[in-house]
Design a protein around this ligand. Structure first.
Ligand SMILES: Cc1cc2nc3c(=O)[nH]c(=O)nc-3n(C[C@H](O)[C@H](O)[C@H](O)COP(=O)(O)OP(=O)(O)OC[C@H]3O[C@@H](n4cnc5c(N)ncnc54)[C@H](O)[C@@H]3O)c2cc1C
Length: 594
């Protein structure tokens, strides 16, 4: 199958698969029992919250100025007893020792040997595991989820698993590289999956389904997170990403030929007649064929082609030859954009799409929103495109599928604005999670080693600017149509304050549920809980799993909380302040009431 047909295949097939039919091939009986167990799980209502709201406009309007105090430790740690505060302080303090952070894996292995597995697990549960992980399985995590909900903080359930890459004939960036086969290297904020076989992917899909059901059972507006690399052979994501990137580069090349390369991607409009001439001159196809590409209902009617029109061509097998040749922008030689898949690859790809579709349907049935996590740049174009195809299908009535945008990428703004514009044109609900990005060190090392341009912004400030620019763009869209939704997923207090300021300026009330906040469990409670208690929809990413399987995740938490990080210093300071306050006010045995 050629890639052009693949893209169309993606769109056709995600719609057609019958979940019931496919599910019969994988274990399903336990799911019913779990649903019953979860249905019995009562949701405790949040305590009334103290809001500092001043009506900005005249009485009768609903616009309120909401202020959240991130220094009020009493509010921030209301849900924690003193033992929990001491544990947090101890864990964050341990993270200030470089030696412990750098050698954490070796130290954990050694402790396991010396203490034995049972004692080691106990020790972990009293420290790092207890701080950052909710429990071993979806039953064990219920009490914590209930407690957080009682204090206004929801949960995005997050379970994980893994694939490796074997070699192939791709462009440099999209080739599997032995050195980067273990994709956990240099990643501090996300978990990594490695492919074993199709059966393992089915198991991983089952785990995600359990997650979705647990999220549906635990609250009326749950979220569940998935990673597409867990659902199939990443080779397919790698190959599809290459096609999408080449297609985009080809558009940029044609825009340069028309002298409009300095405009933003959405402003670039190619003159149709000149485009046809350019394509014919390049020998991309016969003149008649090229004319036929642009005869659709919409494409070319205005006499121009923009990037979204251009992208829609890749969906449509009827208009473009399967053997489309595009110029290699470096050598000037024509080469096929697409390479055929083998029958086995085609089967693997189909199964991956089926799994994604099944998950989306479960999410819809359970009233759960599905967050598709962003991963490495050599997978991300395909992940993002598949997610977008899901959004087109499932986000017709409300936002069910959320894409993730990594603002450390140089092209983050283009990615966000192009997708928002598509949702606007096609009338579906845009849903996004904005993050800075978890794979920076790995991305940079890979780009340097393999020899392609570093995809990451040059410095932290540039990433901050990019985050705020993307966020403003989505907020403006919300202001404009109320159809877009965004999760501001960050531990950065300035970004949270920036969002609140913008919401106040726009008169966007938290109760409209358009802007959500997200932090990881065990991190930045001083941001999550005051937000939750002030009525903002705020969620913790809640990882769960057996102690021994979450150790790589715990190592990354240790790295992200290293002593020199501004956020972690502040967290330690606030924790000490609250402990002192409780001791001085006689609250030695404080217990949260809910
Ligand atoms: C709820 C939630 C969900 C998440 N989901 C994902 C996901 O799906 N995919 C994903 O990739 N990550 C995800 N992350 C992790 C996220 O991308 C960040 O790594 C993490 O949150 C730290 O960024 P920050 O905004 O919280 O904090 P900050 O401390 O303000 O920012 C740190 C981040 O800034 C960027 N940065 C740091 N130094 C530089 C530099 N020199 N040049 C350029 N950029 C720099 C990096 O992205 C770094 O992680 C998620 C985080 C949260 C809280």
């Amino acid at each position: 199958m050629s890639y052009m047909r693949l893209a169309a295949f993606v769109r056709r097939n995600v719609n057609k698969i019958s979940p019931g039919k496919y599910r019969s091939t994988v274990a399903s009986t336990k799911l019913k029992e779990e649903k019953e167990q979860l249905d019995g799980c009562a949701v405790v209502e949040a305590e009334p919250v103290e809001l500092i709201r001043q009506t900005k406009n005249s009485p009768g309007t609903h616009t309120q100025h909401i202020h959240v105090d991130f220094d009020n430790t009493q509010e921030a740690y209301k849900s924690k007893d003193n033992i929990e505060l001491l544990r947090s302080l101890l864990v964050f303090k341990l993270c200030t020792f470089d030696f412990l952070v750098e050698k954490n894996k070796e130290l954990m292995d050694l402790s396991k040997k010396l203490l034995g597995n049972r004692m080691f697990e106990k020790m972990m549960k009293m420290t790092f595991y207890g701080q950052f992980v909710a429990g071993e399985d979806h039953n064990a995590i219920k009490p914590l989820i209930r407690k957080n909900q009682a204090f206004g903080v929801g949960a995005v359930l997050d379970y994980s698993v893994e694939e490796d890459l074997s070699d192939d004939h791709r462009e440099k960036k999209y080739k599997a590289h032995r050195q980067f086969g273990d994709r956990r290297g240099g990643v501090i904020s996300a978990r990594t999956y490695f492919y074993a076989d199709e059966a393992k992917c089915d198991n991983q899909m089952d785990t995600f389904i359990n997650c979705i059901k647990a999220s549906g059972g635990a609250s009326a507006d749950g979220f569940s997170a998935i990673k597409l690399t867990a659902l199939g052979r990443p080779q397919f994501l790698l190959q599809f990403s290459e096609v999408l990137v080449k297609w985009r580069q080809f558009f940029n090349f044609l825009a340069a030929q028309q002298g409009i390369s300095d405009m933003t991607v959405l402003e670039q409009k190619l003159e149709l007649e000149q485009l046809k001439e350019n394509l014919t001159e390049l020998g991309v196809g016969a003149k008649d064929d090229i004319d036929n590409w642009f005869t659709g209902e919409r494409i070319g009617l205005s006499g121009t082609i923009d990037f979204l029109d251009w992208n829609s061509l890749i969906n449509d097998t009827t208009k473009i030859s399967n053997l489309l040749m595009v110029p290699n922008l470096k050598t000037g030689q024509l080469e096929p954009l697409l390479r055929s898949f083998t029958a086995e690859e085609e089967r693997q790809m189909k199964r991956m799409l089926q799994r994604v579709d099944i998950l989306a349907r479960h999410a819809l049935e359970n009233g759960v929103r599905l967050m598709v996590d962003a991963e490495q740049t050599y997978f991300q174009p395909a992940i993002s495109r598949l997610t977008l195809e899901m959004q087109r299908i499932f986000n017709r009535e409300k936002p069910i599928i959320f894409n993730t945008y990594q603002c450390y990428l140089k092209d983050a703004y283009d990615n966000v604005s192009v997708d928002v514009e598509l949702s606007r044109r096609e009338g579906w609900y845009f849903g996004a999670k904005l993050v800075r990005g978890a794979y920076m060190y790995q991305e940079r090392a890979r780009a340097k080693e393999i020899g392609y341009e570093d995809p990451i912004n040059p410095d932290y400030e540039a990433t901050n600017k990019m985050y705020h620019k993307c966020l403003e763009y989505v907020l403006e869209e919300i202001d404009h149509s109320r159809k877009a939704n965004v999760m501001v997923a960050t531990h950065n207090e300035d970004t949270v304050k920036f969002t609140l300021e913008k919401m106040n300026e726009m008169g966007l009330s938290p109760t409209e549920n358009k802007v959500y906040f997200g932090q990881l469990l065990g991190m930045c409670d001083q941001i999550s809980f005051p937000l939750g208690q002030a009525g903002f929809p705020v969620y913790k990413y809640v990882p769960y799993g057996p102690v021994n399987e979450v150790i790589p995740y715990l190592s990354r938490r240790a790295q992200e909380n290293r002593g020199f990080m501004k956020g972690s210093q502040r967290e330690r300071h606030l924790l000490s302040k609250e402990l002192k306050r409780r001791l001085l006010s006689g609250q030695m045995f404080y217990k949260p009431v809910y």
